[in-house]
Each structure stands twice: as structure tokens, then as C-alpha cells.
Design a protein around this ligand. Structure first.
Ligand SMILES: Nc1ncnc2c1ncn2[C@@H]1O[C@H](COP(=O)(O)OP(=O)(O)OP(=O)(O)O)[C@@H](O)[C@H]1O
Length: 454
């Protein structure tokens, strides 16, 4: 039984990704198969419902592919966690940890499992995320609630979920008795709808109003869902009134979430709103170094040639998930072919990722190139110096960022040291005007554009 489940579980990890696998599949166990029915044990009813709703077909397919004669699944909530099979690889251990974590949660019926890798220790801090990290740490330390809610937002794959899990884990470690409820907004909605359907709405309300820390990930999900928003609003207010901490994450700032009621937006804004900025080169390199150390341990000492991590940090600028995936692929490939990870292997193995990131020119690339061209410091691009020898190149970079990327003016403003979009617009217009009368400058701009397109 264990062997079949191990095979199915491995196949499921490939199919649904390791984060989902750790959260939802790892806590399950296969207890038996009878007349075509596979009996699956789950630690909580919440996990059971969620898995049946999202992964039932995938699990059945995986079991069949693993050689089991299965047509249906049945789920039982086990009082204790199913016995884990012997951990084989790092991922398996993480999964077992995550399952244990879910069993330990303040309210296992409600809280979503935490990913064991998403800790503060594993979170690399740099300029773009230092404020978010500091605020997350502060909340995790406990003490009097100073800002409520903490609202973390940022683009795809920049570490919001990682920080949310780290906060929940740290609070539970420091104060095991405190009731920390962590779930995604989608799960909140699902629980709410289920409570309506089963006429258990009073239990639902009581459960949510009795937590000490409520953490809701990806809150933008409830935009446009009126009754869920309404319920969320009441839950939110009840907890704030009781002085309970709330932590929210979203992919954009509260004011920018469309189809979200104004009263909720304004509630979300009344604590501390911090964003995770897109990574810069130094942060990417730091993350790569830290992840490479972890992979080295997992792949028993595989070596990386000097310059490879720097190359990746420079070339893959999209998000940390892609960066991590690239490194994972490099290690897996290198261990398969028994070679060191050098430039040649990197270029071969990551050709697709490198090609697609080639097409996406980042604002930082532009700033770097322009700074090099005018022989000024990269930090001057985001700094406040107003002397013309610095202000003009900065405006050239603003102009090229507007022309050569799809970023909006406010986004460009953020990448130029948090400047207002009107400053960027002014810079862009200035260069357009000057190019008509100053041939030297027009030539510079052309030259830079060609270099950036190359
Ligand atoms: N600063 C960091 N240090 C280490 N790992 C990081 C950092 N930022 C992100 N990651 C890793 O990148 C991956 C994606 O992060 P995460 O899932 O937290 O992103 P997210 O912002 O929640 O994205 P999404 O909007 O897609 O949900 C995770 O594996 C996470 O551990």
C-alpha cells in the first residue's frame, strides 16, 4: 500500500507542483483498496473537503498509473495523522513536516497547512523586501498590536506567501497556545459557502471570531464576490474590535483591487501597507546563493562554476519562482549527466527560460546600461541628486523605460526611487523635446536603444 501511495504521490507532485503537494497531498495516506475504492485518510475535514474538490481526479489517475485498480475514492478523517512512510528525499521530509504542522495548527479543522520551507531563516532580505520582512517579523514577535491589519502586497512570486507562512510558523513556535488561522481567501470563501449550504453559519462565525491571529492570503480573490466580502468585512471588524492581529496579502495595493467594496478597501488600508518590490540584482544573487547551498546539500556536493549564479541573477529577472525553478532544473540535469554546473551546461539546460527572459527588458537593465554609458553610479538612477550630469542620464533612462518596456508610469516611478508618475512623465517629455534640438543626445539615445535591443 505504501509503495503504491509513494508512487502516486510522486506523480502528483509533478502534476500539481511541490507547493500544492506539500500542502494537500503530503498529509494524506492510503489505508486500503477494496472493490475498486481507494480509502484515503486525511488529518482534518477541511483538508478532506479541499482535496476532494480540487484533486480527486488527479489522485485517482495517479493511483491507477501507480498500478492500483481504483475507480472511486473515499475519504476518512483520521484522528491522528497517517503514519508517514520513511522519508526519502528533502521534499518528502518537508512534506512530513508540513503534515505535522497542519496537525499542530491552532485549529486544524480550519487552518491551511504551512510549507516547511517558508521560514524567516530561509527568506533572503534585500532592499526590495526589507520593509515587508521587518513588518512581518514584528507581527510574528507578538506583543501589543501596533498596526492592524498588516497588508503585504507585491507581484507574482515575490515572497508574499513565504512571509505569511513564516509569520504563522513563528507565532505558533513562540506561543503554541495561540490560535493562528492561516488560509487563502479562496479557502475562506469555500468555508463560508459550505457553512451556508450546511446551515452551520453560526459555527463558522464563532470559529473565525475566536482566533487570535487571522491571516488571509491572496485577498484579491474575493473581489466581485459580494456575500463573501460582506462576511469577510464583519469578521475583520469583529477581530479588530477585539484587538486581534490580522495579516492580509494581495497581488496589489488595497486601493487598486477592482470590484472590492470601498469600505473594505479603506479598512484594509488603515493598518500598515507594505509592498514587496521587484527583486534587484543583489537580492536575486543572494537568493540564488542561499538556494544553491540547499540544493548542494540535497545533491551531495554538486559544484557550480564561478560566474554561473551571477549570470542567472543578471539574466532571469522575472520572479523568484522562475529563478528557483531554473536552479532546481540545473541541479537535476547536472546530477543526471554527472557534470559540473558550468556556463555551457547552464546555457543548454536553460535555453528556453533564458530566451523568454531575454525578451523582457527590465527597468534595472536600462538603468544599468545608461549609468554605464554616462559613467555615473547605478544608485544615482534612484537617488535624489539634481545636478545635470546625473539628472539628464536619469531622464534618458526614464524615457527608455517608457519606450522599451510595458511598465506604467507609476511603476516606472517606483523603480526610480519611488518618484511620482508626473516626474517620470516630465522626464520622458524633456528627452523627447531635447532629442529634436540636441543631436548629440539623440545619438546617445539611439545608441543606448540599440545596445539594449541587442
Ligand atoms: N526573499 C526570498 N528569499 C527566499 N526565497 C524567496 C524569496 N522570495 C520568494 N522566494 C521563494 O519564491 C517562491 C515564490 O514565493 P511565494 O510563493 O511566496 O510568492 P507569492 O508572492 O506568494 O506569489 P503568488 O502571487 O504567485 O502567490 C517560493 O518558493 C519562495 O520561497
Amino acid at each position: 500500500m505504501n509503495e503504491i501511495w509513494d508512487r502516486a504521490s510522486d506523480a502528483l507532485r509533478d502534476r500539481i507542483g511541490s507547493n500544492n503537494h506539500t500542502a494537500w497531498i503530503a498529509p494524506l495516506g492510503l489505508t486500503g483498496i477494496e472493490s475498486g475504492e481507494a480509502q484515503i485518510s486525511t488529518p482534518t475535514r477541511f483538508i478532506s473537503d479541499w482535496v476532494q474538490r480540487h484533486y480527486a481526479d488527479a489522485i485517482r489517475d495517479a493511483l491507477v498509473k501507480a498500478g492500483a485498480d481504483v475507480a472511486r475514492l473515499s475519504f476518512q478523517v483520521a484522528s491522528a495523522r497517517p503514519k508517514p512512510t520513511a522519508p526519502r528525499a528533502g521534499a518528502k521530509r518537508d512534506a512530513a513536516d508540513a503534515a505535522a504542522e497542519s496537525a499542530r495548527g491552532a485549529d486544524p479543522e480550519m487552518s491551511a497547512p504551512l510549507d516547511a520551507r517558508f521560514t524567516f531563516e530561509n527568506f533572503v532580505v534585500g532592499k526590495p523586501n526589507e520593509l515587508a520582512h521587518a513588518a512581518a517579523r514584528r507581527v510574528a514577535e507578538g506583543g501589543p498590536v501596533t498596526f492592524n491589519p498588516l497588508f503585504l502586497y507585491g507581484g507574482v512570486g515575490l515572497g508574499k506567501t513565504h512571509l505569511m507562512h513564516a509569520i504563522a510558523r513563528e507565532i505558533r513556535a513562540r506561543r503554541p497556545e495561540s490560535r493562528v488561522l492561516y488560509l487563502s481567501a479562496e479557502q475562506f470563501m469555500y468555508r463560508f459557502v459550505q457553512a451556508l449550504r450546511e446551515r452551520t453559519i453560526m459555527d463558522f462565525k464563532e470559529m473565525f471570531r475566536n482566533v487570535e491571529v487571522l491571516m488571509v492570503d491572496d485577498v484579491q480573490f474575493i473581489a466581485g464576490k459580494e456575500s463573501t466580502q460582506e462576511e469577510f468585512f464583519h469578521t475583520f471588524n469583529a477581530l479588530v474590535d477585539q484587538g486581534k492581529q490580522i495579516v492580509i496579502s494581495a497581488d496589489r495595493a488595497p486601493g487598486e483591487i477592482k470590484d472590492m467594496e470601498d469600505r473594505i478597501k479603506s479598512r484594509l488600508q488603515c493598518g500598515l501597507v507594505v509592498d514587496l518590490h521587484p527583486t534587484d540584482y543583489e537580492l536575486r544573487l543572494g537568493i540564488l546563493q542561499s538556494k544553491a547551498d540547499a540544493f548542494r546539500a540535497q545533491y551531495s556536493g554538486l559544484q557550480i562554476a564561478p560566474g554561473v549564479l551571477e549570470f542567472l541573477a543578471h539574466r532571469i529577472t522575472s520572479n523568484v519562482r522562475v529563478l528557483e525553478g531554473a536552479l532546481q532544473r540545473l541541479f537535476a540535469f547536472a546530477s543526471l549527466v554527472g557534470r559540473e554546473i558550468d556556463m555551457e551546461l547552464t546555457q543548454d539546460c536553460l535555453a528556453d527560460i533564458l530566451r523568454s527572459s531575454d525578451r523582457k527588458l527590465s527597468i534595472e537593465d536600462i538603468q544599468r546600461k545608461v549609468a554605464e554609458h554616462y559613467n555615473i553610479r547605478l544608485s544615482d538612477m534612484v537617488g535624489q541628486k539634481r545636478v545635470r550630469t546625473i539628472a539628464r542620464p536619469r531622464q534618458v533612462a526614464m524615457y527608455l523605460a517608457k519606450q522599451m518596456t510595458t511598465r506604467s508610469l507609476p511603476e516606472i516611478g517606483r523603480r526610480f526611487g519611488g518618484r511620482d508618475h508626473t516626474t517620470i512623465m516630465h522626464g520622458v517629455r524633456k528627452i523627447e523635446e531635447l532629442c529634436c534640438e540636441d543631436h548629440g543626445l539623440a545619438e546617445d539615445v539611439q545608441l543606448l536603444r540599440r545596445a539594449l535591443e541587442a
